[in-house]
Design a binder for this molecule. Structure first.
Ligand SMILES: Nc1ncnc2c1ncn2[C@@H]1O[C@H](COP(=O)(O)OP(=O)(O)O)[C@@H](O)[C@H]1O
Ligand SMILES: [Mg+2]
Length: 359
């Protein structure tokens, strides 16, 4: 177990800078997920921490020790990749033992560690099998076992589940979470899958084009996204965005439909802009009685998904398009006018140019 510090880390390939100064303090035993779209620099950041790439500037510390110039083997880390190649001709036991043999550990110590890891991963019965005699999930567990036996200070994962089918991915996600709860090894996990990120992370680093868009707990990132990028990336279906006018006192906004919404607390205290971007999540619209309605939705297409219903439509009349998510199966005709209400804390206001959060 260890804490780790990333301080203003930048990385360029040739004269192209792909990481523009990332900072994060990672606590002992914490599970950090680096989340972002393809190409935003997640793997690069992980590879810098692992020592597989050299940082251009900044500092990386593991347990207060600067590791910038240490070889990967000297950093006391273990890494699980998407393409975890097991040795096909070796048994599960030998696949897990191999790295320890290279480190010249005694036979007894190796046996102890492999059996302990096998027990945690429920592989004890399979130690004499070859990889081809295992299911995809079992192979994935052997790959993790190979890392666990090394008892590393830091566990690094780069999209380890993306080659598995959807059902197995859900199961392995739970296993990784359980594993972390029992071992408590500080972990950094890269994924582009927001559900994986939200369920695994103690804290998330949401990355956008080489910047850390926000660092926070899954709930913080969901409830108070720091900018429009993070707001739009987290949540499914994605948050609805539309332009609106700020009221003079900063405590309410007026939509293009002419209808208005209240903001919570102080509202927007400092902005020169009159026109702002407003974000509301599909699940935060509440259908209500006409006399309580703040806004109205003209219904268009309705998608019944079973557990919930998606309603697509427009603010009255011919205003911006939006999507609502309602629990359960609900029936609506096309071209219905639905009276709705949104809790003030669920109305997010962003600067139209920079995308930064204003409330
Ligand atoms: N070795 C490399 N040489 C040049 N460019 C690279 C190299 N590795 C990654 N990049 C570039 O850095 C950016 C970030 O890549 P990467 O960290 O792999 O993204 P992610 O893992 O988020 O999909 C991409 O634009 C990619 O093309
Ligand atoms: Mg990657």
């Amino acid at each position: 177990m260890a804490n780790a510090t990333i301080e203003n880390v930048k990385k360029s390939f040739g004269d192209v800078e792909v990481l523009h100064g990332i900072s994060c303090d990672i606590r002992d035993g914490e599970f950090i997920v680096i989340l972002g779209p393809s190409g935003c620099g997640k793997s690069t950041l992980l590879r810098l921490i692992a020592g597989l790439e050299k940082i251009t500037s900044g500092t990386i510390k593991i347990e207060e020790r600067v590791v910038n110039d240490l070889e990967p083997a000297d950093r006391d880390i273990a890494m699980v990749f998407q393409n975890y190649a097991l040795y096909p001709h070796m048994t599960v036991f030998n696949n897990m033992a191999y790295g320890l043999k290279i480190r010249k550990m005694t036979k007894e110590e190796i046996r102890n560690r492999v059996h302990k890891a096998a027990e945690i991963l429920e592989l004890s019965e399979l130690l004499n099998r070859k990889p081809r005699q295992l299911s995809g999930g079992q192979r994935q567990r052997v790959a993790m076992g190979r890392c666990i036996v090394r008892e590393p200070k830091l566990f690094l994962f780069d999209e380890p589940l993306s080659n598995l089918d959807a059902k197995l991915r859900v199961q392995m996600r739970l296993e990784i979470r359980r594993l972390h709860q029992s071992l408590n090894i500080t972990s950094i996990y890269v994924t582009h899958d927001q559900v994986e990120a939200m369920t695994l992370a103690d804290r998330l680093i949401v990355m956008d084009k080489g910047f850390a868009g926000q660092i926070g707990t899954p709930l913080e990132v969901y409830e108070k996204p720091a900018n429009k990028f993070v707001a739009g990336f987290i949540g499914s279906p994605a948050m609805n965005f539309f332009d609106a006018e700020m009221a003079g006192d900063g405590k309410s906004i007026r939509l293009s439909s002419g209808e208005g919404l209240q903001l919570s607390g102080e509202g927007v205290t400092e902005t020169a802009e009159k026109t702002v971007t407003v974000g509301i999540r599909p699940e935060h619209f509440v259908i209500c009685d006409e006399n309580k309605a703040q806004i109205h939705l003209r219904t268009d297409l309705v998608e019944k998904l079973g557990a919930d219903t998606l309603v697509h439509g427009y603010f009255k009349d011919n205003g911006d398009a939006l999507t609502l998510r309602l629990n359960g199966i609900q029936h609506f005709d096309r071209n219905n006018l639905l009276p709705m209400w949104v809790a003030p804390e669920n109305v997010h206001v962003f600067n139209q140019q920079s995308g930064d959060r204003l409330n």
